[in-house]
Design a binder for this molecule. Structure first.
Ligand code: ATR
Length: 281
């Protein structure tokens, strides 16, 4: 692996696939804004090769990593020290190599989502009724930060109900959280509905009852792409006043990682606007 220029800091995102990742462009943009000289690469890692790839990257001068699918659990296991939110989510998307040789792991996905909802989508969560669809790793990463916003109710609905129940059991001290299957959603009304299932990846719609959206509700998909996901298309046709994909979350989680590495908080709205412009081209 080539070494970076002496004064230049080296970072990267590791995942598979990672070729189309927007993280390099986002971090270069933040660095330019803050006057930091850095190189940010995208490194595709084969199954079984994660720990070795991290070691090689560190040996070549790397100072930190973003970790994406499917290595967030391995990154959690590799970290010597973990933030409280990483421990809560059981997954790590940000690694920082410490001067004492330790690896620090954090998870910025949940805080990135909350910031996108509250700031970019102008949807404060305090006092709101929220519905999270899905109970896998993606859902687990966002529940804690959502509860911290003071929601009145958070329902986690999943195809496999037992997995939703197991997820909410991790937040036993919170009376406002509950779990159910998709059928049991009939008659409920929610201010924010977040799709954290992998259904959009497969291009599939979810078997949801109609009328789940309260007045002025926001439908949010953690996924993003050129066109609205099947969930967002369905939401638009079933009473959601507003829809958003997860591009803003991607930029906000990157900003939080940037802060962990550089101690600086970059401005995000111009970067997000540029990406939205790009994705329309
Ligand atoms: P991730 O880490 O991306 O969350 P995961 O842990 O495999 O991935 O979880 C995938 C989630 O998407 C689960 O909640 C899964 O539901 P099940 O627990 O019932 O498997 C959900 N999911 C995937 N495909 C789905 C589909 N076609 N319809 C509904 N839910 C789906």
């Amino acid at each position: 692996m080539p070494k970076p220029h002496a004064s230049r800091k080296l970072y990267a995102v590791m995942g598979n696939p990672v070729r189309h990742s927007k993280s390099p462009a986002i971090h270069r943009s933040f660095a330019e804004q803050c006057g930091i000289d850095l190189e940010y690469r995208a490194i595709e890692v084969k199954a079984g090769g994660f720990a070795a790839a991290v070691q090689t990257f560190r040996a070549s001068g790397g100072q930190g990593l973003n970790i994406t699918v499917p290595f967030k659990l391995e990154a959690y296991a590799l970290a010597d020290r973990r933030s409280a939110r990483a421990q809560q989510s059981g997954a790590v998307n940000t690694l920082r190599f410490e001067s004492d040789g330790a690896i620090y792991g954090d998870n910025t996905d949940g805080v990135g989502l909350v910031r996108d909802l509250v700031v970019n989508c102008a949807t404060p969560l305090i006092g709101r009724h929220l519905l999270v669809l899905g109970a896998g790793g993606a859902a687990r990463g966002i529940v804690g930060p959502i509860l911290e916003e003071g929601v009145t109710r958070l329902l986690v609905a999943n195809r496999t109900v037992s997995k939703a129940k197991a997820l909410i059991a991790m937040f036993a001290g919170h009376a406002e959280i509950d779990a159910c299957g998709f059928d049991a959603l009939a008659g409920g009304r929610f201010d924010v509905v977040i799709n954290a299932t992998a259904a959009s990846l497969q291009g599939e719609a979810l078997p949801l009852p109609p009328d789940i959206f309260a007045a002025n509700a926001l439908a949010y998909d953690l996924m993003y792409g050129e066109a609205p996901t099947p969930f967002l298309q369905w939401a638009r046709g079933h009473g959601a006043a507003r829809i958003s994909d997860g591009l803003g979350m991607l930029v906000e989680q990157a900003a939080e990682s940037f802060f962990i590495w550089h101690g600086r908080r970059p401005q995000t709205h111009t970067v997000l606007a540029a990406l939205r412009g790009d994705s329309k081209q």
